[in-house]
Design a protein around this ligand. Sequence first.
Ligand SMILES: C[S@@+](CC[C@H](N)C(=O)[O-])C[C@H]1O[C@@H](n2cnc3c(N)ncnc32)[C@H](O)[C@@H]1O
Length: 291
Amino acid sequence: MGPNYYLPFLLVSAAARKTKCRLPRVAQSAGRSVMDDWPLLNGLMALVVLVPLAYTVVFSDKLRKWRRRWYSEFVGELRVVWNAVLDEKKRTFLAPLAEAVSNDDQLRLKKSIRILEIGCGAGTNLRYYPDGASLVMVDCSSSFEERLLENVKKYPRLFLERIVYSCAQDMCEITDQSVDAVVSTNVLCCTNDERQVLAEILRVLAPGGKFYMIEPQPADKLSFTFALQWILTNSGIWPYLFDGFRLTRDYECSVREAGFSAVESTTFDLPRSAHFVFRIVSKQMCLVATK
Ligand SMILES: C[S@@+](CC[C@H](N)C(=O)[O-])C[C@H]1O[C@@H](n2cnc3c(N)ncnc32)[C@H](O)[C@@H]1O
């Protein structure tokens, strides 16, 4: 059962508990009924009424539309701040791409490399790619296509080989060992099966190819922030508001277990004062894994 489904149950159990507490007092002052004597029955009735009600509200068209609007406005703004804050970090982190040597004979002659970016969105990372790079952009959603193509035009020094609309868990359109580097920023946190994504990354990377990843990390386990992250994730609130984003996953463990020959990682904190969301998601990880 996905975390989105816990919320109605929390509502129902709170309602049931409240009903149980109040019933005896109500029963003393007013005439008693079968319902007053059976708090469990009351709880069950609340369950029968509230669960479908909660599901109807949470998955209603109106709320879905509101969520979409919230996502494009609030998350759009947040992304601008997020990218500005990460700009210098990404520049240094992705700088080694300029020194990489391609496994593809033709690209090597042109001193170019093939980069595959998963969850490319509107192409915020284009500016960090080296001159002449050949790009394969993968995203599960085509909603950013117009903005991506506009952005690509701003970087004539890059060559957009293709855009692939598919989930990173299954990139069957991309040949084995065909890319020199894979880049992913803020994507694994939105996927529901990072192990499968990592297996696909290993498949498409050429021998010696590198996987560059920047992802949020959970806070320290004994901290208040981690407790908050746990509640927000497991109640389904955060994944619901932020497109499946789960705050409590540790990606470094998954990468280390995936079968790369070397993994290097560093963590850093986003400035908490830059946005209130950074008080909840401040710890970030830069990780490079070599096939
Ligand atoms: C939070 S945005 C990050 C966009 C961009 N990488 C950045 O750092 O600004 C997540 C992106 O990943 C895409 N995405 C989410 N799950 C995905 C999946 N399983 N496979 C491919 N793309 C995915 C979303 O459509 C979205 O464009």
